[in-house]
Design a protein around this ligand. Structure first.
Ligand SMILES: [Zn+2]
Length: 115
């Protein structure tokens, strides 16, 4: 009884519809032509979609995480620079205050002792 609806191009075996639901011949593992075309088509679609994504939204390509990391590093640097500048300004203000206070104190001392 020959129930084969398809003849394998690899080994010539007659394959049933159930066997044709697979991706390749169960006897010689030759990929079915329709399945091979489906794989090629899927790969082509993925390629075109990746190209369109890269062209329209550059930040969505796989390199995006690295770019985001670099951006975060720059933001951290700016934040750090602001912190350093703020602390430096505080030190300068403190130095001026100490200088002025010492100057005033010295003037008062002079006035007290020599005035
Ligand atoms: Zn075969």
């Amino acid at each position: 009884m020959s129930s084969g609806v398809y003849t394998c191009g690899g080994c010539g075996a007659h394959l049933s519809v159930a066997q044709m639901r697979g991706t390749d011949c169960p006897y010689c593992r030759t990929a079915f032509p329709h399945h091979a075309r489906a794989i090629e088509h899927a790969a082509l679609v993925q390629q075109v979609m990746a190209q369109n994504m890269a062209a329209v939204t550059p930040w969505m390509v796989p390199a995006a995480p690295a770019a985001a990391h670099q951006l975060q590093a720059v933001v951290d640097q700016i934040h750090h620079a602001h912190e350093t500048a703020r602390r430096t300004t505080n030190r300068i203000a403190l130095a001026i205050a100490v200088t002025v206070a010492a100057s005033v104190f010295g003037t008062i001392l002079c006035a007290v002792f020599f005035g």
